[in-house]
Design a protein around this ligand. Structure first.
Ligand SMILES: Nc1ncnc2c1ncn2[C@@H]1O[C@H](COP(=O)(O)OP(=O)(O)OP(=O)(O)O)[C@@H](O)[C@H]1O
Length: 250
């Protein structure tokens, strides 16, 4: 149950206050998040790591307004999502949040350019060809605007998905294992795009990954275990992240 609305200053991009999330599981429930309280500063880059089933995707989906907490509050830019109607959450999501999923979710019969423009059209906004061209250049897909998703490699498709997530100039970018299905060279390129855009557009990035090398590009790494944040590393190296993951697995 979500209780009374919370009033807090909007000095955080995303804030969780005592968030629980349970899912029905046959006759009982499974607890995906337990009493999670965390605040992400505007412009920060956070990686979330943890064992399989620890609640990473649930945390990301809840932060992006794609899932609702069972209790507690999720605030985006100081606005308690629990106080908004479903339509208002959808609008906020379209205007302010970009989401990159591991499955690229591109529309097969639309071209690269049309896929990238889609969030703007869905939001009733006019496509911006100059901005689209800039995004296409930044993800290294010049000349591929008219291709269909079936004519792209996995890495190219993921870069289209990133351009599509950025086309609305969201203040928050959530990415669920965006490099999980890619070879290491392509993963590096995709990550570069995210890091550069976050810096240039002053975006807050929240990234779920299993890869210590990916996590090491973040300002901070948060570790989840059994639905709770148990640890945090600030500006760590990949080696430090890997060592902490090993400790948590013991
Ligand atoms: N829609 C759902 N219905 C029921 N249970 C769910 C649902 N989504 C997640 N869960 C359960 O909640 C817990 C957390 O799942 P979640 O997907 O958030 O973990 P994760 O850390 O992202 O895992 P992975 O690394 O394997 O993707 C798990 O026990 C999972 O089975």
């Amino acid at each position: 149950m979500t209780t009374a609305p919370l009033t807090t200053p909007s000095d955080t991009a995303v804030r969780f206050v005592h968030v629980d999330k349970t899912y029905p599981d046959g006759n009982s429930t499974v607890s995906a998040l337990q009493g999670v309280s965390v605040a992400l500063a505007p412009g920060s880059f956070t990686a979330v790591m943890g064992p399989s089933g620890s609640g990473k995707s649930t945390f990301l989906h809840t932060a992006a307004g794609l899932d609702t907490p069972t209790s507690g509050h999720v605030l985006v830019g100081g606005v308690d999502l629990g106080t908004l109607s479903r339509d208002a959450v959808t609008r906020l999501r379209r205007d302010r949040i970009g989401f990159v999923a591991q499955a690229y979710n591109l529309i097969e019969h639309l071209t690269v350019a049309e896929n990238i423009d889609l969030p703007l059209l869905l939001a009733g906004r006019r496509p911006d060809p100059a901005w689209r061209a800039e995004l296409i250049a930044s993800v290294g897909l010049e000349g591929m605007e008219r291709r269909l998703p079936g004519e792209l490699s996995g890495g190219q498709a993921q870069r289209v998905a990133i351009a599509r997530a950025l086309v609305t100039r969201p203040t928050i970018v959530c990415a669920d294992e965006p490099t999980g299905a890619l070879d290491s060279r392509t993963a590096e390129q995709v990550l570069d795009v995210l890091v550069t855009s976050a810096r240039e557009l002053a975006q807050t990035v929240l990234l779920v990954t299993h890869d210590p090398k990916v996590a090491a590009v973040a300002d901070q790494v948060l570790f989840l275990a059994d639905g709770r944040f148990t640890d945090r590393l600030v500006a760590p190296t990949a080696e430090q992240v890997a060592a902490r993951m090993l400790e948590l697995a013991r």
